[in-house]
Ligand binder design. Sequence first.
Ligand code: SF4
Length: 503
Amino acid sequence: MKGHMILYRGSLKSCNYHCSYCPFSKHRISSHELTRDQEQWKDFVRILEKRAKALGIRALMVTPYGEALIHPWYIEGFAQISRMEEMDAVGAQTNLSFPVKEAVAAFKEKGGVTGKLRIWATFHPEMTEVSQFADGCRQLEEAGISFCAGAVGVPENLELLRKMRKALPEDTYLWINRMDGLGRSYTLEEKKAFEEIDPYFFRELLPVPGDSDKCGGRLLVEGNGRIHTCNISPVMEERWRESLNVIPKPMCSKRRCTCYLAYGGREELISQMLFGPYPLFRIPRRPKAVFLDIEGTLFPEENDREIMTKGKENDFGEKENQVDEGLKKGLEALYKDNTFLFFATTLPLETAIKRCREIWSLFQGGVFAGGAHLLWNGTKEKKECFYFLDGEFISVLRTIKRKYGFRILTYKYSEKIYKITLLRPLGRPWMEWEAKEVFDLLPPSSEKSLRYYVEGRCLQITAAKADKAEGVKLFCQWLGISPGEIFAAGNSGEDAEMMKLIM
Ligand code: SF4
């Protein structure tokens, strides 16, 4: 994540729409309440300006009870926030009833940076027509504003939502929320129909068990200064104030994260991959290519103790746990959308195939063996490249293998070695200093021609120029895209340079 994203919900509890199911549509707001909302918002923005940098906050979304963007102080505040160097994005959930052109003009007049504005527009079929809503979306698009559109998945509205899909610009994401009051499960046909409109609708139907370890750095701030970790978690003791030094640790014991504003803001690969660094805006990232590490990213990292207690084989290639269901469906959705999917792993190809059998068909190869082997196995294109090792130093390794307690595994193509693993028994990981000691014993020419890295009880050796980031860059050349158009994820030191490509 680039920085923290927080939500703001003022004391406003009123709306210019009057949908039958909504409690806020019934409340007639007094001028006193409006003044209070305005003052609270101004106070919030003032503190944000002072504290955003120290707190690492880089994005804000207003999630009102009612409609905020018909009130000019929100537009003015957005302009002010968008001018802050440390802020990447600011926006709101809205029914899109506000006059888009006038609001954009007012935003610009106050010096607002249009490129940072984000809109989450919700369609309310009881109050507006498809054509009117789609027209508002088109105006946002013409003004160069990033936005998403969406509606609740009411089965009776399916035809209307299909019409909406057709009426919206083709690249506009139309999300569908699960209908809470449905009182039954969706039928298979309904699920399929909604997934045709929203390829990520499956996320609304998967149960998400609460896990506040994934909610570090997020907040929802209320107008009166009370703060919560997310929109459904309890109030904390801390308050939004000028002397707030750090974002408080998550406080939540919810058993389920029941809506997008909750689960969509958790630190999870799927959210970052589908919706970018600030996924709560719900605007898809749409990368042209995705590069994913395997161990610790597609699969949770297992330590030696876990391997021993689960009785799993001690060779990496024999692990057989499954990819998380939501992640797998997310990858399938990207695949259907013609996104290139690649692995970026330190595993050699054969091991990666065994490890990722259930999702292998979605991928077109990748960067293997820590960048020593690149394979693009596309439907139309096939490219392959290796960085080989001059194996002379192996004789030295043979003389020291007993002293350091390792086995030598060599990975070859056409009899030429491209990777060597010095594998130790379970429970005996390599220390960095030991790895250096071994490397220092190799012939002097190795210093320039080889590189090594430690992965638990494996000391990996490849050619010096083989690394994941360079491999990903070469893939970008092959694909004719820039690194800025990709998404990559990994969790080890080996991934650090690759991850910088998407910053
Ligand atoms: S309910 Fe909210 S704070 Fe709690 S785990 Fe879920 S997303 Fe995190």
